[in-house]
Design a protein around this ligand. Structure first.
Ligand SMILES: NC(=O)c1ccc[n+]([C@@H]2O[C@H](COP(=O)([O-])OP(=O)(O)OC[C@H]3O[C@@H](n4cnc5c(N)ncnc54)[C@H](OP(=O)(O)O)[C@@H]3O)[C@@H](O)[C@H]2O)c1
Length: 374
């Protein structure tokens, strides 16, 4: 049927809707170190697209390190070492919180590794400031403080800490989603330390283990004192964080940790310890040879069971075990739940590094923005 175009009704022009107003979140960053600076760069790069596409204005208003703090209206780039950064104040976290709390949508981002900053979470949350952090200390710290933080969240302020476990990998959020949708956790197990994953992934027993540790230290893969990686406490903290996320009252002391640091190296100062690092070699070479003779490999594994048992240890695993399939410094985290009983849900990928960690923090910040709006 031929219908003449002239007989069609003209489509009414749709009215131009004004853009919704910008919503502002005021960010205060504590700790412009490796992760903090990467985050500042990411926030700056994303500011215009977020304004355009989400109508969200993420404004970094204050930055504080352990000695100084900078305010945005005097120093818009807020990068502590940017040219022209002249105006600063002595660092004072009381003033930091008070200033930020007076601004719209205040969010503290703690990128320090400081106990004294972790001590502030409860008061910030009580005052209505949201807190986002990759710092494990408050989330895995003393139970009494953890409960005080939980109570402080009654104010409606949010606490997010995805990057404390697996840096940019979605580990905490995955567990939160499983539980929120009615699943039941049976166990979590995995390789939670990128440093230890790297050390054992390439360890073939020919190169002394101490040499691998020195190499990792030179490449910046370990903490300045490698005992902080080898003692397993950092992995234990991650298990405590996941346990608490799952509703368990677990403390660091409840985790059975098998340290790789021989007792005779524990009390030495760093230089003396580095001189005697070869004390690690013989026992690990023996364990490696025994495992290899059985077609197995050594991996540093953290395990958490639903009944609250938690352990961190060097384990012998069959070479085809899923936890033996990581690459280099991959973290691998397996959740067994009622729904994922036979075939566990697995999250795997690089679990450290300033950029991916900052991205994990940034994703948390966007979740806070979405929840605040909802
Ligand atoms: N790097 C990673 O790959 C990674 C991965 C996952 C999680 N994390 C966590 O992310 C956090 C930051 O790591 P990072 O590697 O960026 O550490 P970093 O480079 O050592 O930076 C730490 C920052 O915190 C500041 N700071 C320390 N004490 C402070 C205090 N009392 N008040 C205010 N600021 C303070 C430091 O300032 P000063 O210079 O003044 O001391 C520095 O700016 C840590 O909790 C770490 O465990 C890091």
């Amino acid at each position: 049927v031929n219908i003449p175009a002239s007989s069609l009704n003209p489509v009414p022009a749709s009215p131009v809707r004004p853009a919704p107003p910008l919503r502002e979140l005021s960010v205060g960053l504590v700790g412009p170190g490796q992760v903090g600076r990467a985050l500042l760069d990411q926030l700056l790069a994303a500011r215009a697209p977020l304004q355009r596409e989400l109508r969200l204005d993420l404004r970094v208003r204050i930055v504080a390190d352990s000695r100084r703090m900078w305010l945005d209206h005097e120093n818009p780039s807020l990068a502590p070492d940017a040219p022209g950064t002249r105006t600063w104040y002595p660092s004072d976290l009381d003033q930091f919180g008070a200033r930020l709390g007076a601004l719209p949508g205040p969010v503290v981002i703690d990128c320090s590794a400081s106990e004294s900053v972790a001590e502030r979470y409860a008061s910030w949350l009580r005052a209505g400031l949201h807190v986002v952090t990759p710092n494990k200390l408050a989330i895995s710290g003393p139970l009494e403080r953890w409960h005080a933080i939980g109570k402080a969240r009654d104010s409606g302020a949010l606490l997010r800490y995805e990057a404390t476990v697996g840096a940019g990998l979605p580990v905490v959020q995955t567990l939160r989603d499983l539980i929120a949708t009615g699943d039941t956790l049976c166990s979590v197990e995995g390789l939670f330390s990128g440093t230890l994953a790297w050390l054992f992934d390439g360890y073939d027993g020919r190169q002394p283990f101490s040499q691998r540790v020195r190499q990792a230290r030179e490449m910046g893969y370990t903490e300045p004192d490698p005992r902080a990686d080898l003692d397993g406490v950092d992995v234990a903290r991650k298990l405590v964080i996941l346990a608490r996320e799952a509703g368990m009252d677990l403390s660091l002391e409840d985790v059975h940790v098998q340290s790789l640091v021989p007792p005779e190296l524990r009390e030495l100062d760093l230089d003396a310890c580095m001189q005697r690092l070869q004390d690690l070699d013989e026992p690990l070479a023996r364990r490696h040879a025994a495992a290899a003779a059985r077609g197995s490999v050594l991996r540093h594994v953290g395990r958490l069971h639903a009944d609250g048992r938690a352990q961190v240890a060097l384990e012998e695993l069959p070479a085809d075990h899923p936890l033996a399939q990581g690459r280099l410094s991959d973290n691998i985290v397996q959740f067994r739940t009622r729904r994922y009983a036979d075939n566990p849900l697995r999250v795997q990928g690089p679990g450290a590094g300033p950029e991916v960690t900052a991205a994990g923090v940034f994703a948390d910040l966007l979740r806070v923005a979405a929840e605040v709006r909802a």
